[in-house]
Design a binder for this molecule. Structure first.
Ligand code: S3P
Length: 183
């Protein structure tokens, strides 16, 4: 594979709470690339939190916005892009992630993200009586879609964030997708 012709976006996909934003921000710092978070870009554009937008408009208008933003960001300047956990639901997003980026699936089990998110009040899909059951349902539907979209699967279970960042950066270097990074 010719690194010069390779799409220079690194995108992170995975369940809510799998660490996409935290890992993405630190990976970007290490690579010296800009970091973008599609949820943050959406919130800046609509001037509302995603939770408020969901309450007012519902999920499908959010997915439309998300698709437009991911289409634009993956066509723009090289960056590390953290995506919302449901981005892979739309076929157009999966296609953009596959074709325009090197997407990495941060794989977490529903039980792991439940431990991290059980006090979260910002994620509209998890404001239900049984969030663990909801996460299991999301995992069943989305795990195959994350795998379809991504070229690398990284287990988030045990390693610390710096260890995950190091692992991902080393794999990107081995593949010739980035030049040697610090540390
Ligand atoms: C969603 C995940 C959220 C956000 C929105 C919908 C989902 O992003 O895009 O609340 O469908 O799983 P995170 O994965 O960053 O929490």
């Amino acid at each position: 594979m010719n690194p010069v012709n390779f799409p220079a976006h690194v995108a992170l996909v995975g369940l809510p709470g799998s660490g996409k934003s935290t890992v993405g921000r630190q990976l970007a710092r290490r690579l010296g690339w800009p970091f973008l978070d599609s949820d943050q870009v959406i919130e800046q554009r609509i001037g509302l939190s995603i939770r408020e937008f969901f309450e007012r408009e519902g999920e499908e208008p959010f997915r439309d916005l998300e698709q437009a933003v991911i289409g634009q960001l993956t066509a723009g300047e090289p960056c590390v892009l953290s995506t919302g956990g449901g981005a892979v639901l739309r076929p157009a997003n999966r296609e953009h992630l596959q074709q325009r980026s090197h997407a990495i699936y941060l794989h977490s089990l529903p039980e792991e993200v439940f431990r991290r998110l059980r006090h979260d009040r910002n994620r509209p899909l998890l404001q239900v009586a049984d969030p663990l059951e909801r996460l299991r349902e999301l995992y069943a539907v989305r795990d195959p879609l994350y795998r379809e979209s991504a070229r690398l699967v990284v287990e988030t279970g045990r390693p610390s964030v710096p260890a995950l960042v190091h692992q991902i950066a080393s794999q990107l270097e081995t593949l010739g997708l980035v030049t040697a990074t610090r540390q």
